[in-house]
Design a binder for this molecule. Structure first.
Ligand code: SF4
Length: 329
């Protein structure tokens, strides 16, 4: 058994100081990913800094939007009346993820920090650049059915496993971060990284930095939204492909569109070119089919995930149809 120190500060500055000083210290929130990784021997922290006593558990209205504390549980976030009423896409995405028990424990910040579910990452007997930089990528020539079709590198083709993150990117959320050198904000879309030459890094947090909150901008997409998740079984499974769709429709014309995908890249994958195509067009099936044809532009599949090249546009098409009311969920 690996010994580790445990602390539960009530002050964020104390938690940040501990993480900043110690290379092998980890924040502990819901523990739904970290504890699993400790049990499997993927990580062996010397210090666990339990942040559950920090005052980061509220959802509050701010001028022009909503601020969500990093320790708000996934259940409380998905079921919050303001989220359901003003940001229903976020509720749909969160409730598509994990199981009720896990959503009760998992936090907003922890969901953002969860590691990939690439099976080779969890298999200590196999090379994995994300787990051991420079050791190689077993998925490149292996069973890569769950892996990326966008933005991968020859070092890593893993995907981000979160559903919530996909909706956050579609909704143009902003992340608040505190560290030893002060506080900063970052677009949610810039929080997660592509693998490049450093697949060991999932995101752009610096050592010791703590996610304190996420802001959602003024709600524009409270009506025409849908989250499509295609997976191997009906619940408690990670997405093969998912699509978050939010439309602002006025007089049958698409005023604005927000589209992002999960299960296809190392980060939530925003479909900006498809959004631009849709803007100003009539909300009908012919337009949606044309938009869907743009989805896989630039995609690159591997031996076992070629099906995603068709599944991705089909997921977006279904999302557009349901969000606009042309089809039912
Ligand atoms: Fe590791 Fe990434 Fe390759 Fe999976 S895809 S084996 S996480 S380097």
């Amino acid at each position: 058994m690996n010994q580790f120190q445990y602390s539960r500060p009530a002050d964020a500055s104390v938690a940040i100081k501990t993480l900043s000083k110690d290379q092998n210290a980890y924040f502990l929130a819901g523990g739904t990913n970290l504890i699993d990784m400790m049990k499997m021997g993927l990580v062996s922290p010397q210090k666990l800094v339990d942040i559950n006593n920090l005052p980061l558990k509220t959802v509050s209205e701010i001028p022009g939007g909503l601020r969500i504390g990093a320790l708000v549980s996934n259940t409380n976030l998905a079921e919050h009346p303001l989220i359901k009423q003003k940001y229903p896409l976020l509720s749909l995405a969160i409730n598509a993820g994990a199981s009720p028990q896990l959503r009760n424990m998992a936090t907003l910040g922890g969901n953002m920090m969860q590691r990939t579910r690439c099976p080779y990452f969890f298999d200590l007997t196999m090379p994995c650049n994300k787990r051991v930089p420079g050791s190689g990528c077993s998925a490149l020539g292996g069973y890569n059915r769950m892996h990326a079709i966008f933005g991968a590198s020859d070092k890593c083709i893993a995907v981000n496993p979160s559903d919530m993150n996909v909706a956050m990117v579609a909704l143009d959320a902003t992340v608040h971060i505190s560290g030893a050198k002060g506080s900063r904000t970052m677009k949610f879309a810039d929080f997660h990284r592509l693998p490049g030459d450093h697949p060991e890094l999932d995101n752009n947090l610096k050592k010791g930095e703590l996610i304190t909150a996420v802001d959602l901008p003024e709600p524009r997409f409270s009506k025409n939204v849908h989250y499509v998740k295609i997976r191997d079984r009906a619940s408690y499974a990670f997405a093969l492909v998912s699509a978050a769709v939010a439309l602002e429709i006025e007089n049958d014309t698409i005023k604005e569109a927000r589209l992002a995908m999960g299960g296809v890249a190392h980060k939530p994958w925003r479909l900006t070119a498809v959004e631009m195509f849709l803007k100003g067009k009539p909300a009908n099936e012919a337009v949606f089919k044309q938009a869907a044809q743009l989805v896989s532009n630039g995609a690159k599949a591997y031996e076992y995930n070629k099906f995603k090249l068709k599944m991705a546009p089909n997921a977006v098409l279904q999302g557009l149809k349901v969000a606009s009311g042309l089809a039912s969920a």
